[in-house]
Design a protein around this ligand. Structure first.
Ligand code: SF4
Length: 360
């Protein structure tokens, strides 16, 4: 048996593969002698290095508007001048393309990776990239009946095999639940800059489910940026009086106790529903009340990204040098490393700098 393993190792091609997709998409998979597990691992690492921050939009409970929040937040971040990708992690209900009117798009696997169609915003002319399982299905209504192993592979492909390029923010529209997809993704993102945006309606059942998701995040070390309270009140179209759709449950106090603050209270608005129906998310209209709410949410994400970059720099500097080292006594090589780190940091912060002024 030993000799068989040795022969196989000798036959293995040690050259690296520059293809931007996993081996399972490769026509050469059966004949290729390269180290395939290494290629798949390096592919994921390269993609993750190219993301400034990953924002997981999650709810645990279905039907609370997580996909529309993820889509509109992506639009608002793009309008701030950032490179944004929206990854649809919902395997059984990949609806992100529909919200952007791209449900009929089908993509090809190219040398650089699986194509990620662009959505161009009619009002602002900004654009963002989308990656979704829906783009790979024969038809929009094809059901997915997969066991967990396939779901695990899809989450790897969603990060590694889609051609994302360099992104300031990758927004992930998570499926309901704290199962396989979330576990796989949190394993992959262990060393990335991540923030979780929780979405819930104001009723006790939805809040309880979101609280469970926040406990998952705590256990897995995923920092929660805050809670979006969705369907939080609406305005009567006749008398214009505002009223609550759901009684605001006392469960909200448990979020405060867990240190999770409400980022915004998003009203039930026909504009959001119409935007999702027409394939043109409402946040593209920056002058509207909805556009303004999502702009504020995007500012919160930017603040977190800047903060994470600063923390990452100080951690890297701490890893390089003993805290007691006198910076004036660094040798030439150490000085070069410090300058390089600060330079990289400056470039990242420059990209995150407000391109659009923040206002109240
Ligand atoms: S099988 Fe994998 S390692 Fe080999 S050429 Fe294809 S993608 Fe590259």
């Amino acid at each position: 048996m030993d000799s068989v393993i040795n022969v196989s190792k000798l036959e293995q091609d040690s050259s690296r593969c520059n293809l931007g997709h996993a081996c399972s998409f490769c026509p050469q998979e059966m004949t290729c002698k390269r180290d395939k597990p290494r290629h798949n691992k390096e592919l994921l690492e390269k993609r993750l290095e190219n993301f400034g921050m990953v924002l997981l939009v999650m709810a645990n409970k279905g039907g609370v508007g997580k996909s529309t929040v993820a889509a509109n937040l992506s639009v608002a971040l793009s309008q701030l001048g950032y490179q944004v990708g929206l990854a649809d992690a919902d395997i059984h209900g990949p609806n992100a393309p529909r919200i952007f009117g791209l449900q009929d798009e089908r993509v090809k696997v190219k040398a650089e990776g699986i194509e990620t169609p662009f959505y161009e915003m009619p009002a602002s002319k900004k654009s963002l990239q989308l990656g979704s399982l829906a783009f790979l299905l024969p038809e929009s209504n094809t059901p997915i009946v997969w066991r967990d192993a396939y779901k695990h592979d899809y989450i790897h492909h969603m990060i590694g095999s889609f051609n994302w390029g360099a992104l300031d923010f990758l927004v992930v529209d998570m499926p309901p639940g704290t199962g396989n997809e979330l576990i796989t993704l949190s394993d992959l993102l262990e060393t990335s800059n991540v923030r979780v945006v929780l979405v819930s309606s104001a009723d006790a059942i939805a809040l309880q489910d979101s609280l469970k998701a926040s406990r998952f995040c705590e256990e897995r070390g995923l920092p929660v940026l805050g809670l979006v309270e969705n369907f939080a009140g609406t305005t009567c179209p006749h008398c214009k009086e505002e009223f609550e759709l759901f009684p605001r449950s006392k469960e909200i106090e448990n979020f405060e106790k867990a240190g999770i603050s409400t980022l915004t209270r998003l009203p039930f608005s026909s504009l959001i529903a119409e935007g999702a129906e027409s394939g043109q998310p409402a946040a593209d209209n920056k002058e509207s009340a909805i556009g303004h709410i999502f702009e504020q949410l995007a500012f919160e994400c930017r603040k977190a990204a800047i903060e994470d970059n600063r923390c990452a720099l100080s951690e890297e500097l701490t890893n390089l040098f003993d805290v007691n080292d006198d910076l004036a006594e660094l040798d030439v090589e150490q000085q070069r490393q410090v300058e390089q780190l600060i330079d990289t940091e400056k470039q990242k912060l420059q990209r995150l700098k407000p391109k659009v002024p923040e206002h109240d």
